[in-house]
Write a protein that binds this ligand. Structure first.
Ligand SMILES: Nc1ncnc2c1ncn2[C@@H]1O[C@H](COP(=O)(O)OP(=O)(O)OP(=O)(O)O)[C@@H](O)[C@H]1O
Length: 265
């Protein structure tokens, strides 16, 4: 099923389940426990920030949610379907964006979006591409090769690719990493509007704490493969007695709560 005809079938039990259900998930690579027994459930329509320092396990978690990496143990359900066993039922209803994953450089923006749109069997594809080009301000360079775009333009194209199938679930890995503050703010506004208009669920891995404070109704903080904290941004800041997530992030990274070293809690 594509995003374009999602209203046509009656809701099933799977349709009423959480957008993402992660249950005692573990991923071990030889020596590394990249993800170490994490559990969480994300309701539909929610926007959650996945935080953590380099190597905390965020990308591995997202890759298991997408069914791209096999868990060592534990369970992932997406939109009511087990991943990766039932991925065929949900891949068309979700999408992913990361500025670190390149699209073919010699193809134009329109050609790239056409290929991805066909992969998702998007109906009225040329209209959808025109709509996205308008929404994301791509019109000026839609017929230019992807390799000839600036980093910020490429990021907007990557977002258009991620929205091509009007996904119910959007997984974003540092979506505004290479953008100037103005464009980043504009992209965030776009993501917020998209979520509201479509009751979409967003899971956002980010190192930008202001972005997470602005966008997310919930924050999951990972450290060394484990969930260190999981709550609203306000509750987390109150727990650490901090006024910004940036300060909380530093406390978690350095093993402090209220300035006190871990273990003394
Ligand atoms: N394919 C792999 N083979 C071996 N180890 C891996 C592999 N992928 C990830 N790891 C290791 O697993 C751990 C978690 O990595 P992951 O990429 O999930 O972290 P991250 O939180 O996304 O980090 P960053 O913020 O730097 O992107 C790291 O120690 C990493 O080196």
């Amino acid at each position: 099923m594509t995003g374009n005809d999602k209203a046509s079938s009656p809701p099933t039990v799977a349709d009423r389940s959480a957008a993402i259900e992660v249950d005692h998930l573990v991923k071990v690579y030889k020596q590394t426990r990249a993800v170490d027994d994490i559990s969480f459930s994300l309701p539909r329509g929610s926007i959650t920030g996945l935080l953590g320092g380099n190597g905390a396990g965020k990308t591995t978690t997202i890759a298991m949610i997408m069914g791209l990496v096999l868990p060592t143990s534990g369970r992932v359900q997406v939109l009511g379907h087990r991943m990766p066993e039932e991925s065929a039922a949900v891949l068309g209803r979700m999408n992913f964006e990361s500025p670190y994953v390149d699209m073919p450089m010699r193809l134009t923006v329109r050609q790239n979006l056409t290929i991805f749109g066909k992969l998702y069997a998007v109906k009225n594809l040329s209209d959808r591409i025109a709509e996205l080009a308008e929404d994301l301000d791509l019109t000026e360079f839609v017929d230019r090769a992807n390799g000839k775009l600036s980093a910020g333009q490429k990021t907007r194209v990557a977002l258009a690719k991620a929205l091509i199938n009007q996904p119910e679930l959007l997984l974003l890995d540092e979506p505004t990493a290479s953008l100037d503050p103005d464009t980043a703010d504009w992209v965030r506004g776009h993501m917020e509007r998209y979520r509201k208009a479509n009751n979409a669920t967003i899971l956002l891995a980010s190192h930008n704490m202001l972005e997470v404070e602005r966008l997310c109704d919930r924050v999951i903080i990972m450290k060394r493969g484990r969930v260190e904290d999981d709550d609203t941004p306000e509750a987390i800041m109150a727990r650490y007695n901090r006024t910004t997530l940036e300060e909380v992030f530093l406390d978690v990274a350095r093993g402090r709560v209220n300035g006190v070293k871990e273990g003394v809690r």
